[in-house]
Ligand binder design. Structure first.
Ligand SMILES: C[S@@+](CC[C@H](N)C(=O)[O-])C[C@H]1O[C@@H](n2cnc3c(N)ncnc32)[C@H](O)[C@@H]1O
Length: 232
């Protein structure tokens, strides 16, 4: 072998063994325990339907305005990350039509069963439920036009890892919508200050750090919550 070629090969082998790219350490959990009740196999779904799908809950009361703000088009694919009992299942299914897809994404096994049964009972043929993990949305790369995260972002145990998996799943130019609680010390209740780990500005900065561009805050009649739109 030519001597300089030998030298190049030797250098390449030496570099690959001693200077391998550093592996990125896994993200540390920002909170623990917040999802235990959802992961519990003995969860009673009806109890949660009664909590999530009542008009005394602001996002349920303003559901139509929230869905309209997503400006979903016929044929689009939308993912509802942390879909819970399926408050948004039917309106999303109608909004994207037979040519579109709704992907409710859940970590809770009982909610997954319920969402599957509910889409069957309500004849929502364009719904595909995904049972995800706390680190991966389970969505295929570049398959969705819009991701909706309602009252769930503050439940993410690994927000940056989850966001990176959502970034992969959203097509270029697609949207991400965040609905979460206003968290204002001195204004918000003690319960809320303990339950929601950070405020709107912090969540916005995290989502921007994951590669999304903030576009605007949407006016949908919310007072205790806010709704933000980002672009991939
Ligand atoms: C407060 S509930 C909100 C449910 C629904 N979005 C609604 O507004 O009615 C939060 C939901 O997020 C789910 N969840 C928590 N972490 C999640 C994650 N990393 N990926 C998907 N779902 C998650 C929980 O199982 C729970 O159903």
């Amino acid at each position: 072998m030519h001597v300089s070629l030998k030298r190049i090969l030797f250098t390449a082998i030496a570099l690959s063994s001693c200077c391998a790219l550093p592996t990125v350490p896994p993200e540390e959990a920002v909170r623990t325990g917040l999802n235990d009740r959802f992961l519990d196999e003995s969860l009673v779904v009806d109890d949660w339907v009664a909590r999530f799908e009542v008009e005394s809950r602001e996002v349920a009361l303003q559901r139509d305005a929230i869905v309209a703000a997503l400006e979903l088009n016929d044929g689009e694919n939308v993912a509802d990350v942390g879909a819970g009992t399926g408050l948004f299942l039917k309106p999303f299914s109608r909004a994207v039509g037979a040519g579109g897809r709704v992907f409710p994404v859940e970590i809770s096994p009982r909610f997954v069963d319920h969402l599957r049964q509910r889409s069957q009972d309500e004849s929502l043929g364009n719904v595909q439920v995904t049972h995800c993990s706390e680190t991966d949305s389970g969505l295929q790369a570049e398959t969705v036009d819009a991701v909706f995260i309602c009252d769930t972002y503050h439940h993410f145990t690994y927000p940056m890892t989850t966001l990176s998996s959502l970034h992969r799943a959203i097509r270029s130019g697609g949207r991400l919508y965040l609905v979460d609680f206003e968290r204002i010390p001195g204004v918000s209740s003690e319960w809320l200050l303990g339950h929601v780990r950070a405020d709107k500005a912090t969540f916005r900065a995290e989502i921007e750090a994951a590669g999304f561009t903030f576009e605007e805050e949407l006016e949908v009649g919310l007072e205790e919550n806010y709704m933000l739109r980002f672009r991939r």
